[in-house]
Structure formats: structure tokens, C-alpha cells
Write a protein that binds this ligand. Structure first.
Ligand code: FAD
Length: 478
């Protein structure tokens, strides 16, 4: 049987045809960008159309959008559509055990905030934008079950027919997520390898519902963290007044998911470690066992392409753990940078793929490492007075040397013009400076500022900093 997916009428005017496998967060944004550049795009998505059904698929319900993602959305002309979905989070609200909560801002300049957004609504907005383009066709419930890179064919299965259709492609881009079906074939044909590094921690999502008349029961404009040394709970606000709460915890050991086997153990665990949050989650144990436990891991690929006709973007190329809130942001940045390279090479795919992957793979590896490192920061370090002193000094140094010293978190979250790998390298140098400055002190007043200046100027070159693009945007979204 012939699928309508195979019936693409060849356009004579465009730049060619691209099959995009995966209509999650990255696929539709890519489709919008590529169609605007003159390509005809077919998107194959295995799930039903999100705009007509409600499926969470066990994935996180909301996520943090930051400057890199916003910059990419703006470059696709989509930012005004996304703005109404966003709740600004200006900092972390820490919930230490048995003590008062404590707010620590993420940045110190206007607009240095991140935003909570609903994954499914964001996906719907992106799909709708792609759907509006006459150059884009969306095929839902079309699962790619294989790819023959040599003969340029996709094997597509439609649940309605259960048959597999062979669809020829001119070019293909895999955006089918961390468990990508097209990755192995593309990476093997490109002469590279990929690996999945599982994390020893899983996650579970829970809900703090809205209070009466839709109010948020905790501070709305913050990302809430309950750091517990070795594990943590976080919560992000939703527009309807609820919070999505996520527990990150070891798979095995004490405490661990393996120990949370019944309502008694779950209630006891929350009573012991998260008593304030427990009071806000009704039917805690029911929800705990109803919701799936998600696995986390890092996907690293040494090669994202096969020749000039097959490429991977987003989680398919670089799955990262969620602790820097950058997986989607990095995927959106992939799209923006890919379009920049396509333009600058005058759509010579051979050159574009080469330049893009040389530029981008090191960045993906850097954010993968940064995300793993930030887990330790979030669950362990944030309450440590030494860490807090270093943070304070970092902000002072940023005020004094704005084009040289920018705290690591700010480089990653608020500066798209600083590549991830540069941020990580400079972050390590900055950390050494801060360690040296705080070796024998525990108060800001005792910092040796002349030494600080000497260290900064000697070890950190000037950065070509763009003014933060979020300034006006954040102000108008708040
Ligand atoms: P996906 O969003 O996974 O989309 C892939 C799509 O491909 C899906 O629609 C899927 O159905 C489809 N598909 C899969 N296989 C096939 C196939 N064979 N054929 C056809 N279609 C297929 N990132 C952030 O930036 N900020 C955050 O705060 C954040 N929080 C997170 C919290 C958690 C708990 C997790 C797990 C992740 C988080 N992320 C966050 C990461 C973010 O979810 C991913 O980086 C992002 O979803 C990647 O987008 P993608 O389009 O590449 O992949």
C-alpha cells in the first residue's frame, strides 16, 4: 500500500525537499525555519496530533526556556506567539530542611530571568506555526522504523495500516529525540559512533494544584528547589496556578526509588525530607504510583551526519540530563545555527554540514558536561555558605569587569553569543579565581580586591558581549 507520505509533489521553485523525522520541540521549529528559507518540508511524527489529543507521554510537563531558546524562536519570528505561555522565574527559591526559604536571584541585570513553559502547549504552538506554511506537510501517526542512508529511503509505519511504506527522501534531518530511530544508521554511515550514558538517578513528576481562584500556593516567579545532598525536589510554576514538582533520586540505595514501594514508604520519605511540599501535594502516594518513573541519561555522538543528505539535530544528536534546563534550548540553538550556516554557505549542504558539525559537536559535549555538573550544584552546593560567598563575589566581579567575568550560570543561561564550550572553560578558570580569593575568608568584606583584579585581568580575555537580548522581552512577559 502506498502512503500519502510518498506523494510529495516536486516543487520547481524551492530549494529542495527535506524529510524531518520527529515533530517534538525541535522538529517543527526546524520546519518553520527551513520552509522560510525556501525548502519543502515533510515532518513525520509517530504520535497523534498534539493539538487534537492530550498525551503527556510520561515526559516533563513543563520546562525552562532561556535566552538561547528565545533567541532562536525570535529568529524564526515566533517569539510573540510564545510569550503568552511564559512565566518568568527570576531565581531559585531554596527550601532548606527545617529552615526558612531563601531566594537567590539567577542574575543581576535587567532581563536575567528564565521562563517556565508548558511542554505540550509550546509543542502545539510550534506545530501550528509549521502547519501554516504551504511548504510544510505534517504526517502524524507516521513512525519511522528505519532508514537506508545509501538508498535515501525511510521506512514509515502507520498504525492504521500496520504496513511499512518506503519513502524516498532527498535530504533527511532526524529530530526524533533521545531514543532516535534514525541515529544509529546515520552515525554508522557517517563513520562515527554514539553512546548512551545512563544516570544513576531517575525522576518522578507530581503536582501541586492551584489554590482557590487559581492562585499559586508558593512564590510564582521562582524555580523552587529542595536540595537534600545527593537528591532533590524541584517545582516550576504553570499558568493555571499549579506547579509541576519533580523528584530526582537514586535508583538504588538509601534513599532511593527502589525503597519507595508503597504508600507508607512514600509518605514517610516525604515527611522526613520534604514536609512543606508534602502538605501541598494531595493524594501524594496515589499520584506517585500513577505517574511513570523516568530515566535520565546523556547521549553523545561523535558524528551527526552521513554525507550531505542526512543530519541529526536536537536530542537525537545530543541528549543531556535536565539539570541546566538546556536540552530544548540547545536544540533550538542547533536550528538557528544550522540555518546561519546554510545561508553563509549559500545552501551548499556539503560545506554547511561540515562547518555546522565542527562548530556544534564540541558545544553539545560541553553542555552535556555542564548539565551533569549542575546537578551537584543544585542538590548539594546551593546551601553551602562557601558556594554562596563565591556567588556573591562573582556578581561583584561581573559588575566591575563585565566583559571579562560573567558567572558560569549567566554565561550558559543569558548569553547566546558565548558558546557552551567557552562558558565551561572560562567557568573553570573563574572557579579557580574564586577558590583562591576565598581560601582564607568567609565574608565579602574581607576579599582582596586588588588581587581579584589582577587575577581577572591576567587570566580572562575580553569577551565580545552583546547586550542581553532578554531585557525588553523579559520586562514585557512579566
Ligand atoms: P523530543 O522533544 O523528544 O521530540 C522528539 C519527537 O520525535 C517526539 O515527538 C517523538 O514522538 C518523535 N519520535 C520519536 N521517535 C520517532 C520515530 N521513530 N518516528 C517518528 N517520530 C518519532 N530542556 C530545556 O531546555 N529546559 C528544561 O527545563 C528541560 N527540562 C527537562 C526535564 C526533564 C525531566 C526532561 C526529561 C527533559 C528536559 N529538557 C529540558 C530537555 C528537553 O525535553 C529536550 O531537550 C527536548 O525535548 C528535545 O527536543 P527534541 O525535539 O530534540 O526531542
Amino acid at each position: 500500500m502506498r502512503s500519502k507520505a510518498a506523494d510529495r509533489i516536486m516543487s520547481e521553485t524551492g530549494k529542495g525537499h527535506v524529510a524531518v523525522v520527529g515533530g517534538g520541540l525541535v522538529g517543527p521549529l526546524l520546519a518553520v525555519m527551513m520552509s522560510r528559507a525556501g525548502y519543502d518540508v515533510d515532518v513525520y511524527e509517530r504520535r497523534p496530533d498534539l493539538r487534537k489529543t492530550t498525551i503527556s507521554g510520561g515526559r516533563s510537563i513543563n520546562l525552562a526556556l532561556a535566552e538561547r531558546g528565545i533567541y532562536a524562536l525570535a529568529s524564526a519570528g515566533l517569539i510573540e506567539r510564545v510569550k503568552p505561555l511564559l512565566i518568568p522565574m527570576a531565581g531559585r527559591l531554596l527550601h532548606p530542611l527545617g529552615q526558612a526559604t531563601e531566594f537567590t536571584p539567577y542574575g543581576q541585570w535587567p532581563g536575567e530571568v528564565i521562563f517556565s513553559a508548558s511542554r505540550s502547549i509550546l509543542n502545539q504552538v510550534l506545530l501550528a506555526a509549521a502547519d501554516e506554511s504551504p511548504r510544510v506537510r505534517l504526517f502524524f501517526e507516521h513512525e519511522c522504523v528505519g532508514i537506508d542512508v545509501q538508498h535515501q529511503t525511510l521506512q514509515i509505519r502507520e498504525p492504521s495500516s500496520k504496513q511499512i511504506t518506503h519513502v524516498n527522501y532527498e535530504r533527511v534531518i532526524g529530530t526524533d529525540g533521545a531514543n532516535s530511530a534514525v541515529r544509529s544508521a546515520i552515525v554508522a554511515a557517517g563513520g562515527g559512533e554514539w553512546r548512551h550514558e545512563p544516570l544513576h538517578h531517575d525522576y518522578k513528576e507530581l503536582t501541586i494544584p492551584a489554590g482557590s481562584s487559581g492562585t499559586h500556593l508558593m512564590m510564582r516567579d521562582a524555580l523552587h528547589i529542595w536540595p537534600r545532598h545527593g537528591f532533590m525536589l524541584i517545582a516550576l510554576p504553570n499558568l493555571d496556578g499549579s506547579f509541576t514538582v519533580t523528584l530526582f533520586l537514586n535508583k538504588e540505595g538509601t534513599p532511593s526509588f527502589a525503597e519507595l514501594t508503597d504508600a507508607t514508604s512514600v509518605n514517610r520519605f516525604f515527611d522526613e525530607y520534604f514536609p512543606d511540599a508534602k502538605g501541598l501535594v494531595p493524594d501524594l502516594a496515589d499520584e506517585f504510583f500513577r505517574n511513570p518513573t523516568g530515566a535520565l541519561g546523556t547521549v553523545r555522538c561523535s558524528c551527526w551526519s552521513a554525507g550531505e543528505r542526512a543530519l541529526l539535530l536536537g536530542d537525537a544528536a545530543h541528549g543531556v540530563v535536565p539539570f541546566h534546563g538546556q536540552g530544548m534550548n540547545a536544540g533550538f540553538e542547533d536550528c538557528r545555527e544550522w540555518m546561519e550556516v546554510l545561508e553563509s554557505t549559500n545552501h551548499n549542504w556539503h560545506e554547511a554540514i561540515e562547518q555546522f558539525t565542527i562548530r556544534r559537536i564540541p558545544q553539545a559535549n560541553a553542555i552535556a558536561d555542564l548539565a551533569l555538573e549542575n546537578y551537584v550544584t543544585m542538590r548539594d552546593s546551593v546551601l553551602d555558605p562557601h558556594f554562596q560567598l563565591k556567588r556573591q563575589i562573582g556578581f561583584v566581579l561581573e559588575r566591575r569587569f563585565r566583559d571579562r567575568f560573567i558567572p558560569l550560570y549567566s554565561m550558559v543561561m543569558f548569553h547566546h553569543e558565548i558558546p557552551y564550550a567557552t562558558a565551561r572553560r572560562r567557568g573553570q578558570i573563574q572557579d579557580q579565581i574564586l577558590d583562591q580569593l576565598t581560601a582564607h575568608i568567609d565574608r565579602l568584606e574581607d576579599v582582596d580586591w586588588p588581587l581579584a583584579e589582577q587575577l581577572v585581568v591576567r587570566t580572562l580575555s575580553q569577551l565580545p558581549i552583546e547586550s542581553v537580548t532578554l531585557g525588553d522581552f523579559a520586562a514585557s512577559a512579566v
